[in-house]
Design a protein. Sequence first.
Length: 484
Amino acid sequence: MYRDLNDFIGALDKERELARVAEPVSPDLEIAAVTDRVSKSPGGGPALLFEKPTGFDMPVAINLYGSMKRICMALGVASLDDLAREIDELTNPRMPTGMLDKLKMLPMLGRLADLMPKTVGGGPCQEVVKKDGTLAGIPILKTWPEDGGPYITLPMVFTRDPETAVRNIGCYRMQVYDERTTGMHWQRHKGGAQHYRVAERLGKRMPVSVAIGADPALPFAATAPMPEGLDELLLAGFLRHERVELVKCVTNDLEVPANAQIVLEGYVEPGERRPEGPFGDHTGFYSHPDDYPVFHITCVTHRKNPVYLTTVVGIPPMEDFYLGKASERIFLPLIRKTVPEIVDMAFPAEGIFHNLVIISIDKRYPGHARKIMNAVWGLGQLMFSKTVIVVDKDVDVQNLSEVAWIVGTHIDPERDIQFTRGPVDDLEDASDLPAFGSKMGIDATRKWASEGFKRPWPKRIRTTDEAAARAEQIWGRIRQGWKT
């Protein structure tokens, strides 16, 4: 696995997955505009390293996760489904039947023992320590013209519950107010926000540390929808095949990844709010300004020659789609532990993660699709799913054309659409109220007589295997002659 961000950038360079931009490009809109254009290229375009951002000496790395190949490289797998199978085996090991089976399980047991992070005496992230440091010198991007200011968009925000000391790592955008303060956009449903609510109830200042640019497994773990109370560093340790090394911060009692590029140490005060936004968000629209806590910087540490890792969100597809796709594949085996009838699921880019969730199931009884919808709305961050489409197991949920065809032919709107109300994402702008709105479930499975369907369900049109094989041979010859 990669030692740090520099190691990952080197691997991308070697694989010809990185484009270096030597000419000066401004962090004020220009880098974001270039990245947006590249992200819309076939396959997501290359990762980008802006070596001379205008007015700064620190390079900017962006779009590093922005393709299927690079997200797999970042997580150390040939395919995301390989990683899903590995997690499935880890969480559902079969009983050994003999000594050979026991020996085969030893590497898995050893890997489990190596998941826990460990604290070390020092690390590259503290090669330079500035106890009165500021954000000056960091090429923080302003990404869209009407943004409230520059934003740190790929931070790892470390907090601890003031009562239980349980750690949380989240990725929350941070609007720069000045060189010593930023907004802290932790939405009400996030772990950092819960820690802050406890701190406010106790009337205590809460320490916060922000790490930027660790090895590629760590920023992904910070974005992943981990169940509340589970340490994201366990996921990172699993992905990187070794424990995450942490160092204690200089001015607070938190620990941060030793291999990070930059660390911002500080705190948030109970009761302090400041307007944050607007921000051009992953929905493709500007989110509205609102009041959020304020992060005060007490110390900045960094490597001697740091790289600033960031991302741009906006109209999909962009880099965040591939991070979301990784979460989709990795967490599918865990979701199946609760809802084993689920065969596959997809969060298409056009659905902005939770606006559209497509699930295929092994349908077993009348009303099964309705049960799946309600289960989804009760599962962690899947509770935000605005539209849930349920199809039979023979439908490829990764193929939007096939799903649209099946939905169009399989539903009777009055019979097969269900509405409910519940929590919605803070960035949901179509609901009448903030964070509360309606959801829709669509049952696009084949209907049974036991569900009240009295007519025979039509069969799919398919040719025979023999005719299909013959057609493939003939088409191969036609295609060869046609192209020449």
